[in-house]
Design a protein. Sequence first.
Length: 230
Amino acid sequence: MTRLDELRDGLSATEERIADACASAGRDRDEITLIVVTKTYPASDVELLAGLGVQDVGENRHPEAGDKADEVEAAVRWHFLGGLQTNKAGAVARYADMVHSVDRVKLVNALSRGAEAAGRTLPCLVQVDFDATNPGRSGVVPSGVPELAASIAAADHLALAGLMTVAPLGEDPAPHFDHLVRLSHDLRAEHPDAVIVSAGMSGDFEAAIAAGATHLRIGRSVLGERPPAG
């Protein structure tokens, strides 16, 4: 089996799961954007995925993400998903089409400066952290969402696009995804264009669809097990 065959099969099986989850939730498949997370996979996989119709790909680390964006010739949208150091934000703002992981005001300022230098406006999501037992995780606590969202909205070269979360490890994701959607409803009262709800990965995206997620971040189900590091 060729790599193209593997990716075609993985994408088909994932699309079937998405369709089933949408049917169960009474939602239209067109409401969902599939972001295929290609971190640690080669640029050649992105090219093959683009040929299969994938339009959105996700990366977690810089400079790997930037190097891949430079190498890939296919017209795809690049989503930066991982925790981001302030000193790397300017570089990410030059190639990312959306940043999902904004969790502090210092990062807002750095991304805005980078987007200004690149002559563009960068859509950003507030990353929300629901894991009170692990303060080292990326994300802002729910009570901090309005202030951080307002900071993004006020930045000259950023656009507030919505919210993102990663469900706490080992917990039922459904209550957290439901909470994220409630926060999204509250956010849109002040920022009507912030409609994106980025939630759900390979192991839990059905729960995210049921809750109302608009964007799914799926790697393993499409691409297979990640190659070993090193």
